[in-house]
Design a protein around this ligand. Structure first.
Ligand code: AKG
Length: 279
């Protein structure tokens, strides 16, 4: 309601302070400490635990396996060997099946913040639940899921565990969103199956002077990054330590046709889509 009133009255009440906005503009990321209550985090962790205990109830959910002999595979959750869940995996798009996950993705305060950062209503286009660190090398998300309008994508990582040097914390390269993006051979910022090596060489060259910032978040903290911010997951030093997180990519609702989105809250939308195809 507040958001709706803000829109029609043009009220100057903002979700972000001018310092937060200036930090975002300069650095391309923002940390919101203690954003979610412990009960909300406990509910998300219980939801994921329940999913893992009853995988057959979620026949469409897919999992990307990040390490071990099945590394690189995307499988239906019920087909994944149980042992794979003791290592890095990405559980894709629980927002399609779980109201607990959706209510975090579209939390009213969070969507208000995203609305201000994106300059328009946010729309969930995917969600990823990690159980351990992602161990992903530095990358730009726009390589893999470019937004319909350049720069109009933001990504939230909700901490569901304490992030330490041991469990492969998330890192970001401050200000890297200001670097002109690498263009793949077809002139696009999207990798579209092209060899990533030249893009990675460009990244190494253009970020040589930037020190990455490691995010040592606590459960309930949120880190939001800009679609053009270089980031990744540090190597996992202790493979027994979980680093659970809920990562969500948002485009702007206004950038996709009305038929492709569903409005679920005052200013929060989800993209109408199916679960990922297997590969
Ligand atoms: O949390 C992490 O380790 C990074 C996740 C990430 O890079 C992504 O989802 O794009």
């Amino acid at each position: 309601m507040l958001n709706f009133l803000k829109k029609i009255t043009g009220s100057s009440e903002r979700a972000l302070t001018s310092e937060q906005r200036a930090f975002w503009d300069d650095n391309g990321y923002l940390i919101l400490p203690k954003f979610f209550a412990p009960e909300t985090i406990a509910a998300v962790n219980a939801e994921v635990r329940g999913l893992l205990e009853h995988r057959d109830r979620y026949p469409e959910v897919t999992v990307d396996i990040i390490s071990g002999e099945l590394s690189g595979r995307r499988m239906r959750i019920a087909d994944v060997p149980a042992s794979a869940f003791s290592g890095p995996v990405k559980i894709n798009d629980l927002f399609l099946d779980s109201s607990v996950i959706r209510s975090c993705n579209l939390d009213a305060r969070l969507t208000q913040v995203l609305d201000e950062l994106l300059d328009g209503d946010p729309m969930v286009c995917n969600s990823l639940n990690f159980l351990y660190g992602s161990a992903q090398t530095a990358h730009y998300d726009s390589w893999f899921m470019p937004p319909p309008v350049k720069d109009k994508m933001a990504v939230s990582s909700i901490c569901l565990d304490t992030y330490t040097d041991r469990n492969g914390p998330l890192f970001v390269y401050p200000g890297s969103h200001k670097i002109p993006p690498y263009l793949f051979p077809n002139g696009s910022i999207a990798a579209l199956g092209y060899d990533l090596a030249p893009a990675q060489a460009y990244v190494a060259e253009t970020t040589r002077e930037i020190e990455p910032v490691y995010f040592y978040g606590e459960p309930g903290d949120v880190l939001i990054w800009h679609s053009q911010v270089l980031h990744g997951g540090a190597p996992i030093l202790d493979p027994t330590q979980t680093r659970r997180s809920l990562v969500t990519h948002y485009w702007r609702a206004q950038d996709v046709p009305a038929a492709r989105r569903t409005r679920l809250t005052d200013n929060g939308y989800v993209l109408k889509r199916e679960h990922q195809a297997l590969h």
